[in-house]
Design a protein around this ligand. Structure first.
Ligand SMILES: NC(=O)c1ccc[n+]([C@@H]2O[C@H](COP(=O)([O-])OP(=O)(O)OC[C@H]3O[C@@H](n4cnc5c(N)ncnc54)[C@H](OP(=O)(O)O)[C@@H]3O)[C@@H](O)[C@H]2O)c1
Length: 319
């Protein structure tokens, strides 16, 4: 065990009690050495267990669990307050990794937003905005997206359908609109498009302010060894695996390897000045045409700020 005073920068990883986020935390613990790692997730007992396991497996002591439910604006605000009140090394990175895919029904957050959009996009949007004044000068922010956001990539998933942010937040208001793609898997791919639109928009806003903070998006590719598909019934899972081609299945990734690739976006010194990019594993690639639509990104940003009631004083920091 090392001396706890050695940690000199903090990384917050959402949804890191399992799956991709857990392995991202593990890679930072193994290779980062001087990081204070915060596992931010919704289930306190799972978070405690993950922290214990990570400490044991890596023999790295600077790992902390904090409660964060991205389906609750109050929880995101409380998380930030708790973070500010604590004494930790400067905030050097945020990894917006937590994600859900709900196929059984339309669920809603405690604030009344459709759950997939609420957790995958709005919760992270609020979190990053509220934490932004506390980021170090050369901090890094990463949004975990998915190649399922891209209609030109064969993932077996439906194409995203982005019309406007309010429609995604309150799809029930638009029940008569047959063209909103209101199914769980479409909501998921659309939320993953939002992650990239949001990453690019934040990167542009920071660049306009001459900030050295970088923001990038990440695609781990299909990983069959995580819990993302937990809401699928056996029948739905078999239907999915028969609709996707063998080549898609053969290209499935291992979440441990992808966790390291995600950690690299935080750790690699050669990425110090790289911002507004999309990484497919270790490789920087183009994201979908739609993800570069600046008008759409601005609308998403401004509507999201209104939806989460971001106070102009705080929002101003990123205008
Ligand atoms: N698996 C894939 O094939 C794949 C492909 C492309 C992209 N991705 C992306 O990779 C990221 C990680 O997914 P994964 O595959 O590792 O899935 P996972 O094993 O289900 O992990 C998701 C994590 O998010 C947490 N989470 C869910 N809802 C939350 C909430 N309301 N507040 C806070 N944390 C919450 C979960 O906590 P609990 O354990 O408490 O539920 C869990 O720790 C997601 O953004 C996903 O979209 C995955």
């Amino acid at each position: 065990m090392q001396n706890p005073t050695q940690a000199n920068k903090t990384v917050i990883i959402t949804g890191a009690n399992g799956g991709l986020g857990y392995y991202c935390a593990e890679a930072i613990a193994r290779y980062g050495q001087d990081w204070h790692i915060i596992i931010a997730s919704r289930n306190p007992s799972k978070v405690d267990e993950a922290v214990r396991n990570l400490m044991t497996e890596t023999e790295y002591p600077y790992i902390e669990g904090m409660a964060l439910d991205l389906a609750s604006l109050a929880s995101a605000r409380q998380f930030v307050q708790d973070f500010i009140n604590g004494e930790r090394p400067p905030l050097q990175a945020i990894v917006c990794n937590a994600g859900i895919q709900i196929v059984s029904d339309a669920l809603y957050t405690e604030d009344g937003f459709e759950m997939t959009f609420g957790v995958n996009h709005l919760g992270h949007f609020l979190l990053v905005n509220l934490l932004s004044p506390h980021l170090s000068d050369r901090a890094r922010v990463v949004f975990v997206s998915s190649d399922a956001h891209n209609p030109d990539v064969n993932t077996g998933m439906p194409h995203p359908r982005y019309q406007d942010a309010k429609l995604l937040a309150f799809p029930a208001d638009y029940v008569d609109d047959t063209d909103i793609g209101n199914t769980g898997r479409t909501r998921y791919t659309t939320s993953k498009l939002c992650n990239i639109l949001c990453a690019y928009e934040l990167s542009r806003r920071l660049q306009k302010q001459q900030s050295k903070i970088t923001v990038n998006a990440f695609n781990p590719g299909l990983m069959l060894d995580t819990q993302l598909g937990r809401d699928y019934s056996q029948a739905e899972l078999s239907a999915f695996s028969t609709t996707i081609s063998r080549t898609v299945l053969e290209k499935a990734k291992d979440s441990k390897a992808m966790g390291s690739a995600l950690a690299r976006l935080i750790l690699d010194p050669s990425l110090d000045n790289v911002t507004g990019k999309y990484f497919d594993g270790l490789e920087e690639v183009q994201s979908s045409d739609e993800s570069y639509n600046e008008k759409q990104a601005t609308e998403l940003w401004e509507s999201s700020a209104a939806l989460v009631k971001l106070s102009p004083r705080k929002a101003m920091l990123l205008q």
